[in-house]
Design a protein around this ligand. Structure first.
Ligand SMILES: Nc1nc2c(c(=O)[nH]1)N[C@H]1C(S)=C(S)[C@@H](COP(=O)(O)OP(=O)(O)OC[C@H]3O[C@@H](n4cnc5c(=O)[nH]c(N)nc54)[C@H](O)[C@@H]3O)O[C@H]1N2
Ligand SMILES: Nc1nc2c(c(=O)[nH]1)N[C@H]1C(S)=C(S)[C@@H](COP(=O)(O)OP(=O)(O)OC[C@H]3O[C@@H](n4cnc5c(=O)[nH]c(N)nc54)[C@H](O)[C@@H]3O)O[C@H]1N2
Ligand code: SF4
Ligand SMILES: [Mo]
Length: 742
């Protein structure tokens, strides 16, 4: 057979690169970057190439598993759904809906089927126990976005192709390829910035790959970003540097912010941050006096006790230096589909919305407030362990591996084993799914279609790209959205034999009625022949800001037009443009610079300003050849030097009697792990770095390559009780440890 060429968006990380995939005899022959791709222009990393390994991985599940006598055995789809029907509805009948829970993980953000259908499962279950990896990651940013701009996905993005100064805090895009910011080839764009005379500055407790590229790098004590950022803002006021630029008419709360940051002068925060006061002041001046500048903060600023405050202050800093919504500063994307901040508002009128409320209900055991309908993922173990009404007895996990990815994984693992019933939608039998009674596999990415729901709302450039499946799927394997609908139907008492497509049609008709009223019949007629997420996408594109409005704007986008553009790399929708006030969805129609909830929390930070720094703390690390916990089984990525090492500063190594290559025991109270030490002056003294997602030595998993070099699980050390109280986000860094030779 002859070779065919396919174009497919990589679903593995937020860079969303366009790939060119050559196939012969249904075998992948090569994967490279798609030069014509309108977003990524040929950029690719080794993980994209490893999609072939993922597709061919013998450990990847292709058929369901049911646990019988403690062992996972292969089952048909019918048997798997029958098992769920046998066990889930009786449990709901006896213990109520809140005895069930769902947790969804990172890969779902890259799957239109999971993203658009997950909520149907949670609705059918009717439980308060909804958890996601968001509370291990970016919930603080989501909350800050919601409070300031009225929607959690309204994220101000660095206008990297036009800026002259870029400050990166707590992110390492050279390894991660960007997050809450879809920016393939960050390195190339940063180099271009430098080539036009601009500067890149990095603030990080480790001199990272990104810091090595930068014009300047400053160490910061883990967890102290809130103090640094408050001091930067303080300096702007103290030195009369505040300017709002083009958004001046749309910002409220400047004076409140000025009063709230009063305790945080540069000299006061300096010891806590481990940064000289002069450095902080100079940075504030540089940001204020550079006409095109952008501050970007990411996971290092989120996964700490003051995560929401730090995320908010990044945007406060951008606003008060006149860089919010300005070319070369921070801009908002305008997505072709699915963006709440483009819906129902004619351009240039102030956008008004419902705003954001949290705490509409609370976690049963900890009392943690709900945020965007979710409870903190780190509450799961205690919700399972603690008896009483609403005790969590049945859990459905979707594309998540919290036994490795969430703090105190060993406790969670034990708790999962005590559940009455557990179902996992997952492509591996791994550290988490080994606890499941039923595992339902999703398709290989190469067998699935692709359209990004969230990332075009976070992209450095506006675009619309669709990829069809590259390879045929195994006979009889459902789409993941169909699997979700089946479980939803079972939970609603409709039985295991309910037809997913019929359920989908009925649901779509109902939704169309609600959304389009008198026009519902026309919308249903216009989308005949489509179903599932494709139908949802067709509607979203056509009513979106570039859409054809179902024929009212004939030049506008339709699904077909986006599909047709696949071979030419998708449709380019241009550079980001200023969007305030039209994109706002706050009740006031303004940028809320001083949400009361945040001002109040800043007092908590003020009280904490003089806490002495622990002797030694641990932080995480990413490597370009890993992806959280689940790609260590792919030979192409697993080969080479071992990546799960503890980076230790030479002074700390000497202090603790450790030499390069030695094994160290890292302890947090009763809990400990062992890791190989790599002595490196990349580290700030007093800070140890160990990557997450490792620890593949747990019995019952089926990950033959990963098990060869299992690595240490940093999350076995971290504490499930440490959270940012506003967002419920876990604290993943800056945790005090001790270290000794093993
Ligand atoms: N200490 C520490 N811990 C961290 C972090 C850190 O920086 N430090 N980072 C945190 C962050 S940012 C995140 S997002 C979380 C991630 O934590 P999780 O969301 O739990 O993600 P993973 O650990 O990558 O697990 C992904 C799971 O999805 C499965 N999977 C992969 N593809 C598919 C698919 O197509 N369909 C289905 N159904 N399943 C699939 C994999 O087999 C795996 O079980 O980890 C967090 N944990
Ligand atoms: N190759 C690869 N790419 C990935 C992933 C992966 O696992 N591997 N995971 C994906 C996911 S889920 C996400 S969320 C993104 C995350 O993307 P990034 O936010 O870029 O994540 P990291 O590369 O971990 O960079 C975080 C940086 O914060 C620093 N840091 C730690 N603590 C602090 C602190 O208290 N203050 C400051 N200022 N800095 C601190 C760390 O040293 C690290 O350099 O990456 C995504 N991309
Ligand atoms: S950077 Fe790598 S993993 Fe991320 S989308 Fe691009 S090819 Fe895929
Ligand atoms: Mo993440």
């Amino acid at each position: 057979m002859s070779e065919t060429t396919h174009y497919r968006i990589c679903p593995l990380c937020e860079a969303c690169c366009g790939l060119e995939i050559k196939v012969r005899d249904q075998q992948v022959v090569s994967i490279r970057g798609h030069e014509a791709d309108v977003l990524s222009a040929g950029y690719i990393c080794p993980k994209g190439v490893a999609l072939k390994d993922l597709h061919e991985d013998p450990d990847r599940l292709r058929t369901p598993r049911i646990k019988r006598g403690g062992v996972h055995v292969e089952a048909t789809w019918e048997e798997a759904f029958a098992e769920i029907e046998k066990r889930l509805p009786p449990l709901i009948a006896t213990h109520g809906r809140n005895a069930t829970g769902v947790v969804v993980g990172n890969p779902s953000a890259h799957k239109i089927g999971l993203l658009t259908y997950f909520a149907k499962l949670t609705r059918a279950l009717g439980t308060k126990n909804v958890f996601s990896a968001s509370t291990l990651d970016q919930m603080p940013k989501q909350l800050a976005n919601g409070l300031m701009y009225g929607h959690w996905l309204s994220t101000a993005l660095p206008d990297i192709s036009r800026t002259d100064l870029m400050l990166v805090i707590g992110a390492n895009p050279l390894a991660s390829n960007g997050s809450m910011w879809t920016v393939p080839d960050f390195k190339g764009k940063a180099r271009a910035l430098q080539a036009r005379g601009g500067q890149l500055i990095v603030i990080d407790p480790r001199r990272t790959e990104t810091a090595a590229l930068a014009d300047a790098h400053h160490f910061i004590r883990p967890g102290s970003d809130v103090f640094l950022l408050a001091a930067l803002v303080h300096t702007l006021f103290a030195e009369n540097l505040v300017t709002l630029g083009r958004v001046a008419d749309w910002v409220v709360g400047v004076e409140e912010v000025q009063a709230a940051v009063a305790p945080f002068s540069a000299d006061v925060v300096a010891p806590r941050c481990g940064m000289p006061g002069d450095t902080i002041r100079a940075l504030a001046r540089q940001l204020a006096t550079t006409p095109r500048a952008a501050v970007y903060g990411r996971i290092g600023t989120c996964t700490q006790e003051y995560g929401t405050l730090a995320s908010w202050l990044v945007d406060v800093l951008n606003t008060l230096t006149g860089h919010l919504d300005a070319e070369g500063g921070m801009l908002f994307a305008k997505s072709a589909a699915f963006a709440t901040n483009t819906a129902g508002n004619p351009a240039n009128k102030p956008g008004v919305g419902k705003g954001v409320t949290t705490g509409r209900h609370h976690a049963r055991v900890s009392g943690a407030p709900e945020v965007y309908g979710e409870l903190p993922l780190t509450c799961i173990a205690e919700e399972i362990e603690t008896p009483g009404e609403g005790q969590l007895r049945a859990l459905i996990t979707v594309a998540t591996n919290p036994v490795l990815s969430s703090p105190n994984g060993p406790r969670l693992s034990k708790a999962l084993e005590s559940l009455d019933f557990m179902v996992s939608l997952d492509i591996y039998l791994n550290e988490t799914t080994r606890h499941a009674d039923v595992i339902l596999p999703g398709l290989s990415p190469l067998e699935d279609l692709h359209y990004d729901v969230a990332f075009p709302q976070l992209s450095w450039r506006n675009h619309a790209r669709y990829s069809p499946p590259v390879l045929p799927r195994p006979e009889g394997q459902p789409d993941e959205w169909q699997t979700l609908l089946k479980i939803a139907a079972i939970a609603k008492g409709l039985g295991a034999h309910a037809d997913a497509n019929a359920l989908d049609d009925a649901q779509f008709a109902e939704d169309a009625q609600r959304q389009f009223g008198p026009h519902a019949a026309a919308v249903i007629a216009a989308t005949q022949g489509l179903r599932g997420p494709l139908r949802t996408l067709e509607v979203a594109l056509r009513i979106g800001p570039y859409g054809d409005g179902f024929g009212t704007k004939p030049d506008g986008l339709t699904l077909q037009k986006v599909m047709d553009a696949n071979p030419t790399g998708g449709i380019d929708l241009g550079e980001l443009q200023p969007r305030i006030p039209e994109m706002l969805r706050t009740p006031s129609g303004k940028v809320e610079l001083a949400p009361p909830m945040l001002l109040q929390d800043l007092q908590r930070a003020a009280q904490d300003l003089r806490r002495p720094a622990p002797d030694l703390v641990i932080i995480g690390r990413r490597d370009v050849r890993t992806n959280n916990s689940w790609m260590h089984n792919l030979p192409l990525l697993a080969k080479g030097p071992f990546r799960c090492t503890a980076l230790v500063h030479p002074d700390d190594a000497a202090r603790h009697g450790l030499t390069d290559g030695a094994m160290a025991t890292l302890r947090n109270g009763e809990r400990s792990v062992q890791a190989q030490v790599h002595v490196s002056d990349q580290m700030m003294p007093g800070v140890v770095s160990l990557p997450h997602g490792w620890g593949h030595n747990l019995a019952g998993a089926q990950l033959s390559v990963a098990a060869e070099r299992p690595g240490a699980n940093i999350n076995a050390l971290l504490d499930d009780q440490l959270r940012d109280p506003l967002s419920g986000n876990a604290v993943l860094g800056g945790v005090a440890i001790t270290m000794e030779a093993a």
